[in-house]
Ligand binder design. Structure first.
Ligand SMILES: Cc1cc2nc3c(=O)[nH]c(=O)nc-3n(C[C@H](O)[C@H](O)[C@H](O)COP(=O)(O)OP(=O)(O)OC[C@H]3O[C@@H](n4cnc5c(N)ncnc54)[C@H](O)[C@@H]3O)c2cc1C
Length: 573
């Protein structure tokens, strides 16, 4: 006989751990089962700032190991599609940028789904409930970062922090850009992301916060956690979901609901395997249809980016000298282990950049061809056309530089991508990886944005006189800034930001692509909700972990209120 829980959460990732925490701490103490495919990750190297880019390489066991189909617009390249596996999900191995998105995103989200609880004013309160913002770090650079404490939370579990120290080149480079006309944004998480600024991150002086380190410390006795347990089957009573079965045949029943938090690739996979999706597609694979739902696995959206890297003289910065010095690196590891200080707390601890408009975008034919509602949204003051990051890993990684040289890596991103991909099943075997078609750059608007964003980023940073005087050579970038050369470069260099979303999209009842309603209930199936970034009806203008936390928080607020689990919490909505 299987054990029965009030709620079963499938996927202990970014959204899933937060949801498990909130539900299990509600005053009614509902019984909650959290079922995670991967392990409970341990290990010091997941923790230092400098390692923000390396968990995937160091711990392949924490990655689901997906690869996309060959991409038509990217010279038929396939993209390695990392997804976190283990308690914490993708928050274990993401690059830790912590940005909310624009107020415009949430207001548009609310409008698209017809539910004000997703609008900015409510989203802002939910963001505050999630975070524990460290203001001390910011106090050192008040002209570059000065968030208003009233707009941020102190009582949440996700530690959000501005960098406590900056590498040598960051302040001068930001100041050089500001001198040449860039607006500085003192709080990138105010709902207005426009301008350049220091990006907060989910690193604190204690290291990386994952959703598991934030939300699963000391779990209460009414929260049961199964790891190493990929869920393959949903169990049904007619069209009502009443439980789950894992790959190893372990069963559990739900007396209230099952909530899928498997992320933008696995959640549609679980639905499709269990007969919820486009009927014709399921029948072709011999899967019995429980609910014909055309949008499942469709509308996959993602941010794309290209790295741009230049060799500079080492008077600009000494990142390369640090990274290429094995002895210094070992000492830094020792120091980090001893007291979380030293070079590993400095190098790559800070990402800075900007969310900006591309000049003249309103006149592009690619913009004018979009529907009017979208054009209006893109034209709003707080909606960026592109993002750039001002310093990142050396690119291509491992490039050897002569003594006296270092590097600056910038990144250009497309915001509000219009290209669409899909997640479909390769077979009815749950062990088979799904087919991930990303559709990158297939929409002409995205190609235009990326082309102009590359030109703007390159010009803004490398042609700035303060940077140019240190410039030595191009390590990664277009041969020149003509349309032709940039477009050729895009085909070779465009890659993912791993922000997949929208594959089980939230929509109004009459929206043909809608899979869940604004309370996250799967249309036409009782007892089943989805709470992860697969529900996003638009790709928010940020890096998506904060959006995942927001969806987890909203799911908790809605379930707690609906089931009357915590009388005090109703006021929060
Ligand atoms: C390499 C990388 C870098 C990134 N960098 C950033 C960044 O710097 N800043 C930022 O904001 N965002 C970043 N992101 C994106 C961000 O981390 C994700 O959008 C977000 O974490 C997704 O959260 P989620 O809850 O939807 O899914 P996830 O956090 O991926 O959680 C899904 C969970 O479900 C589990 N699961 C899947 N299938 C099953 C099953 N059948 N049974 C049981 N469990 C299952 C998975 O193992 C996983 O634990 C990055 C992502 C990656 C991969």
């Amino acid at each position: 006989m299987s054990a029965t829980f009030d709620f079963i959460i499938v996927g202990g990732g970014t959204a899933g751990c937060l949801l498990a925490h909130r539900l299990s701490h509600a005053s009614a103490q509902p019984s909650v089962l959290l079922v995670e495919a991967g392990s409970k990750p341990e290990g010091e190297y997941l923790r230092a700032q400098s390692h923000r880019y390396s968990p995937v390489a160091l711990r392949p066991d924490l990655d689901h190991g997906f690869t996309s189909t060959p991409q038509k617009e990217l010279n038929q390249r396939s993209i390695v599609y990392t997804r976190g596996k283990g308690l914490g999900g993708s928050s274990i191995l993401n690059f830790a940028v912590y940005l909310y998105g624009s107020a415009e995103d949430y207001d548009r989200w609310a409008g698209l789904v017809g539910d004000d609880s997703w609008a900015w004013e409510h989203a802002r309160q939910s963001f505050q409930a999630i975070e524990n913002y460290d203001f001390e770090a910011a106090s050192q650079f008040p002209h570059l970062a000065n968030p208003d404490p009233k707009l941020h939370g102190k009582n949440g579990s996700v530690k959000v922090c501005l960098p406590p120290a900056l590498e040598d080149d960051i302040v001068p480079t930001m100041e050089a850009l500001i001198k040449h006309g860039e607006k500085v944004n003192l709080d990138m998480n105010s709902g207005d992301p426009m301008g350049i600024g220091l990006f907060p991150s989910s690193y604190s002086k204690d290291g990386r916060t994952t959703s598991a380190t934030a939300h699963l410390v000391d779990p209460p006795s009414n929260l049961t956690i199964w790891t190493g347990s990929p869920v393959h089957r949903l169990t049904f009573d007619g069209t009502k979901v009443v439980g789950i079965e894992t790959a190893h045949g372990r069963n559990a029943s739900s007396s209230k609901e099952v909530v899928l938090c498997g992320g933008a690739i696995d959640t549609p996979k679980i639905l499709l395997l269990n007969g919820i999706g486009p009927a014709a597609e399921l029948e072709r694979l011999g899967i019995d249809v429980v609910k014909d739902l055309a949008g499942v696995g469709k509308a996959l959206h993602d941010h794309v980016m290209t790295f741009l890297c230049a060799e500079v003289d080492s008077k600009h910065n000494n990142r390369y000298a640090f990274e290429s010095n094995e002895k210094g690196m070992k000492e830094a590891e020792e120091l980090w282990k001893r007291n979380q200080t030293g070079d590993l707390a400095l190098y790559h601890s800070c990402l800075w950049g900007g969310f900006l408009k591309l000049p003249g975008f309103e006149n592009w034919p690619e913009y004018k061809a979009l529907d009017q509602g979208l054009q209006d949204f893109l034209a709003r003051e707080r909606t960026p056309t592109y993002e750039f990051i001002g310093n990142c890993l050396q690119w291509p990684p491992g490039t050897k530089l002569p003594e006296g040289s270092s590097y600056i890596t910038t990144i250009a991103f497309v915001m509000n991508p219009q290209s669409q991909g899909s997640v479909t099943l390769a077979s009815q075997n749950p062990d088979d990886k799904p087919i991930i078609e990303l559709g990158y750059l297939e929409h002409p608007y995205d190609r235009r944005v990326l082309r102009e964003a590359i030109r703007e980023t390159w010009t803004k940073v490398y042609d700035n006189p303060e940077v140019k005087k240190h410039f030595k050579s191009r390590l990664c970038g277009p041969e020149d800034l003509s349309d032709e050369k940039i477009e050729a470069f895009m085909k070779d260099a465009t890659t993912t930001v791993w922000h997949a979303n929208g594959s089980v999209v939230m929509g109004k009842k009459d929206d043909p692509r809608g899979c869940v309603d604004s309370d996250l209930r799967v249309y036409g199936v009782e007892g089943l909700r989805v709470a992860d970034v697969s529900v996003c009806p638009l790709t928010t203008n940020n890096h998506t972990q904060a959006t995942a936390y927001l969806v987890g928080q909203k799911a908790a607020e809605k379930l707690i209120t609906e089931y009357g689990l915590d009388s005090g919490s109703a006021a929060k909505l």
